[in-house]
Ligand binder design. Structure first.
Ligand SMILES: C[S@@+](CC[C@H](N)C(=O)[O-])C[C@H]1O[C@@H](n2cnc3c(N)ncnc32)[C@H](O)[C@@H]1O
Length: 347
């Protein structure tokens, strides 16, 4: 550790951040807590807020340390080519969190950085964090526009000073500025540059920007490890949430399988019932066919009977007897023995 800087003199650097989310700044939060504590800025401005991870870290330190600080977060909340375009709920979510915790001393300024610059007077700002669009031109423009607003205690933070992918150019601005101002560079989490632009800086900041060699590396390692602790904690929490969700899904899957089994049992019973009904149907069709055949057989036999000679003769005789000896007459009783009882029975 540096001979004169002991970060633990400002234990706020060990605090747990209240607001985390998608951000490439998470591992710098302990340093933001520490710097706010040593600088005690009267006015703090952040250019580029997005989800508010870095801005809310500054606000949390101001609130917890009960500092007399006004904080301003500037962003269009529309995105840029590096951050991507994002939608309204990003701002609404931050607005709700920020309003609930920091409304007493903090404001969100929804506008372009250049417009916001007109709201501040020269020499008013003690701590400025530049984290907007990361091309060389944009970062250089933001620095030049806002430098006149910085006070004698002024410190400017630059994010992405070690990021060299595609058209990121803050590293180049940083190279130019560190040749002119005292500075300290963190290499982790895309790099964070601390530029001392004021001439009346608190002792701890003066010591920081003059620390070099092994003590500087120890400071870097200290803040990097505190920062990683936050990131790993966040990743662990996210993994645990996924695990809980997966366990819920597995339970739901088990329940669905049990329900499926129950439905399959019902289907099997229904199929058995259908087979039974089909068999009964077949049996009835067969029975109907048998009866039809029997009926036709009976009809054929009756037809044969009716056409037989004996039947025709007895039929004619019967008709003749009814003519010669009508029913109910004495003649009939004489000619046709036993006819009385039969005729009575026929009515
Ligand atoms: C890298 S993000 C900020 C990240 C944030 N500091 C964090 O804690 O993760 C950059 C933001 O700057 C905003 N921005 C870029 N250029 C801007 C400009 N000229 N005026 C206002 N906002 C701008 C974008 O909308 C984007 O939300």
């Amino acid at each position: 550790m540096s001979g004169t800087i002991n970060p633990l003199d400002h234990p706020v650097c060990l605090e747990t951040p209240r607001r985390l989310g998608h951000s490439a700044w998470i591992e710098h939060i302990p340093f933001a807590f520490w710097l706010t504590s040593v600088l005690k800025p009267r006015v703090l401005v952040e250019l580029g807020v997005h989800h508010g991870v870095s801005f809310c870290a500054f606000c949390q330190a101001v609130g917890n340390l009960s500092l007399d600080t006004r904080t301003f977060g500037v962003d269009t909340w529309a995105g840029d080519p590096h951050a991507g375009n994002y939608s309204e709920p990003v701002f609404q979510d931050l607005q709700a969190h920020h309003g609930a915790h920091y409304a007493r001393f903090s404001s969100l300024l929804r506008m372009d950085f250049d417009q916001a610059a007109n709201l501040f007077s020269a020499g008013q700002i003690d701590l400025l964090h530049i984290d907007g669009y990361h091309t060389y031109e944009a970062a250089r423009h933001d620095f030049e526009t806002w430098l006149p607003k910085m006070s004698q205690h002024g410190v400017i933070l630059f994010h992405d000073v070690t990021e060299r992918q595609t058209d990121f150019g803050v590293w180049k601005v940083w190279e130019e500025l560190t040749a002119r101002y005292p500075s300290f560079t963190f290499g982790h989490e895309h790099g964070l540059g601390v530029l001392a632009v004021g001439t009346e800086l608190p002792p701890a900041v003066r010591t920081l920007v003059s620390t070099q060699g092994a003590p500087a590396d120890q400071l870097r390692a200290f803040f990097e490890q505190l920062g990683q602790r936050i990131r790993f904690g966040m990743e662990l929490q996210t993994a645990q949430q996924h695990l809980v969700r997966q366990q819920q899904l597995l339970t739901e899957q088990d329940q669905m399988q049990a329900e499926l089994g129950r439905l399959q049992t019902i289907v099997t019973h229904q199929q058995q019932h259908i087979h039974h009904v089909e068999a009964e149907h077949q049996r009835l069709i067969q029975a109907e066919a048998d009866l039809t055949r029997q009926l036709e057989q009976t009809r054929r036999e009756q037809a044969e009977l009716e056409s037989s000679t004996a039947w025709r003769l007895s039929h004619r005789l019967s008709r003749l007897s009814k003519t010669v000896a009508p029913v109910g007459t004495k003649r009939r009783a004489l000619l046709v023995p036993g006819s009385h009882a039969v005729d009575q029975g026929h009515g």
